[in-house]
Structure formats: C-alpha cells, structure tokens
Design a protein around this ligand. Structure first.
Ligand code: PHE
Length: 344
C-alpha cells in the first residue's frame, strides 16, 4: 500500500502533466479531448483514488481535499487555455479567411408585389364586389375533371386543342382552370358565383405570347335565369375595370363546355386597332373566352339544365397583365429580373 505522501506526490504529478498537456494544446478540440482524459471517469486521478477505502478516515480527508484542489486547478488551466484558443481562432477567422466579414451586407431593396399578383388581387376585389367568391382547385388534375366532365370525351378531336403533358399515373397538369367549374358544380350549393384563379400547363412551344405555364382566372355564374346579356354586361365591366375603357367585341367561338361559345376581344392596345405583329394584323386581341354553360356539363354534375343556367369565362391572366402594362413579351413576367419587374 502506498503511503499518503506517495499518493500526494502522484496527484501532484498528475497536475503537472495536465498543466503541460493542456497548455500545449493547439486547438479547442485537442484541448477538450485532453481535458476529458484528466477529469473523466477513466482518468488517472480517479485511478489514484480507487483504493481510497483502505485508508483511515483522517487520511481519506487529506487525499480527498488534495484531489479536489487539483481537480479545480486543472479546471482553471483548462478554462484559461480555452479562452486563449478561442480568441486565436476567432482572430484567425477574421484575418486569415478569404471572406472579409467586416464588409457591410448587401442592401436588400424593398420591392412591390409581382405584377401578376397585383392585378390578380385587383381582379379578385372587383369580382367579390359583384358577389363572386374565390375558390381553388388542384393543379394536378384527373382527365375526368380536365376533360370528360367538361364535355370533352376521350376520342373527341377537341381534346387536342388542350393537349398536354400526361403524367405517368394518368393525371394531367391542368390545361385550364375550367376543371374547377366541373368540381364546383358537383359540390357547391346552387345558385353561386365563383372565380378560380390559378396556374395551368400546356404543351406549347414558348414564344413572346405563349408559355407552357400560365395563369388563368375562371369564372362561373349559375342561377335559374342567367342570360347571355348578364355575361356581356359583367365581362364588359370587367374589361373596363381591369384595362380601362377599350373598344370591345364578342365573336362566336367553339369551346365544348359552353353553348353558345364566344371570345371577347379588345381593340389592340399596341397599335390602336390599325394592325400590328402582336394582334396578327387584325386590330383585335382576344382576352376573355366565354359562353353559356353547356347542358351536358350540368348533366354530368347532376344538375337539371332545364332548371339552372349559367355563364362561364376563362381569362388568360398573364395576357391581361401584358395588356395592362404594355408588355410585349410574356416571358419577362417569369424571369424574376427585378430591374424589369421593378418598373411595373
Ligand atoms: N378553358 C378555356 C380555355 O382554356 C377557356 C374558356 C373558359 C372558354 C370558360 C369558355 C368558358 O381555352
């Protein structure tokens, strides 16, 4: 058995070793792992104290207080060294690093809303003032709601007009917001007036006036005695509200889910009706396809077409923004270039 003096000498030796090793640590990681070797359960100090039970209580007191004192001293050495190393590492970061952390950050300029969102909010406000409620539908749609329920059966050539990217599971990224018409007719209590804005996708070669992804705003007004004159009045008012006073005209058009089907054109804002590249020399630009809900669409949704009637429209929303701000290339709306978007 070691004498008390031998044990105290051993503890002093541990302190000396600890001092040397901790003080010569080169970084915080190294320091920490060395420190653990001197204080943890498997440390040398603990080994020395292992046989303490065989000493008298007087001796235990002496050994105990000596070892506590040394533990504290080791702790102090560790704290001081850690502070020193942290300062050095921080200093290194500031001076040795290729990034100058003292350069002031980039000023993030505050911008306004994206023109599409700004005009969309304007349109939603306008329609809600006429009692239209906003509803939404999924962008990934079933062919049933995108086509069949809208009177566009699988083998009908009209389906090609909206040909799209088919997903492997048989769903389609919706080609128009008209799918929301079919969904709403099935579940909403009649009568109702809704608008449904959202993104649509088509198999298109992209150019200044065509994108493979674009925004539409669908509208559907169903009641017992809705007439074509209601459609005309409301859509003319819509154009006036969104684009200002413009010359308008309605032209017959074919859409399988409406009868009669129409296109609302406005006089070309780029050439004032004289004819230019953008209006394909017609002097007119198509802005709102529309029509009276086809009886089959009502039937598919379980509504009696002899009792209810309705009108529907589907505005190409990006085009409205384009006309409102005289933008001649739709692509700039999606490029995220703040120098350009900041102008609107
Ligand atoms: N869904 C049609 C399209 O995308 C537009 C439309 C909507 C036409 C509602 C008539 C009524 O081409």
């Amino acid at each position: 058995m070691n004498t008390i003096q031998e044990i105290i000498n051993e503890i002093d030796k541990i302190l000396e070793d600890a001092g040397n090793l901790l003080k010569s640590s080169e970084n915080v990681n190294e320091l920490e792992s060395r420190f653990r070797n001197f204080t943890g359960k498997k440390s040398k100090l603990n080994e020395v104290l292992h046989n303490i039970h065989s000493y008298s209580s007087e001796e235990k007191k002496i050994i105990g207080s000596k070892s506590n004192e040394v533990k504290n001293l080791i702790g102090n050495i560790y704290d001081a060294k850690k502070k020193e190393l942290s300062n050095v590492e921080h200093e290194k970061l500031l001076t040795g690093c290729p990034i100058d952390l003292t350069i002031p950050g980039k000023n993030i300029e505050k911008q306004h809303k994206h023109p599409i969102i700004a005009v969309l909010e304007e349109a939603v406000d306008f329609f809600s003032s006429m009692g239209f409620e906003m509803v939404e539908g999924p962008e990934i749609e079933t062919t049933h709601y995108n086509f069949d329920a809208l009177n566009i059966p699988a083998e009908h050539p009209a389906r090609d007009v909206w040909d799209t990217f088919y997903l492997l599971n048989g769903f389609v990224p919706r080609t128009h917001t008209s799918s929301v018409q079919a969904r709403t007719l099935e579940k909403k209590e009649l009568p109702f007036r809704i608008i449904a804005p959202g993104r649509c996708y088509r198999y298109e070669a992209v150019d200044a006036t065509h994108l493979f992804m674009f925004n539409q705003m669908e509208g559907l007004f169903v009641d017992k005695n809705v007439r074509l004159t209601d459609l005309k009045g409301i859509l003319e008012e819509t154009v006036k509200n969104l684009l200002g006073a413009r010359k308008t005209r309605f032209r017959p058009a074919f859409y399988p889910f409406v009868e009669p089907g129409l296109d609302l054109d406005i006089e070309c804002v780029f050439c004032g009706g004289r004819g230019c590249g953008i209006c394909k020399n017609t002097g007119w630009i198509e802005v709102i396809p529309c029509g009276m809900v086809h009886p089959n669409v009502f039937k598919y949704a379980g509504i009696d077409p002899n009792e209810y009637r309705g009108f529907a429209f589907g505005m190409g929303f990006d085009r409205i923004v384009m006309l409102k701000y005289n933008i001649n290339d739709l692509r700039i709306l999606y490029q995220g270039n703040l120098d350009i978007l900041g102008q609107f």
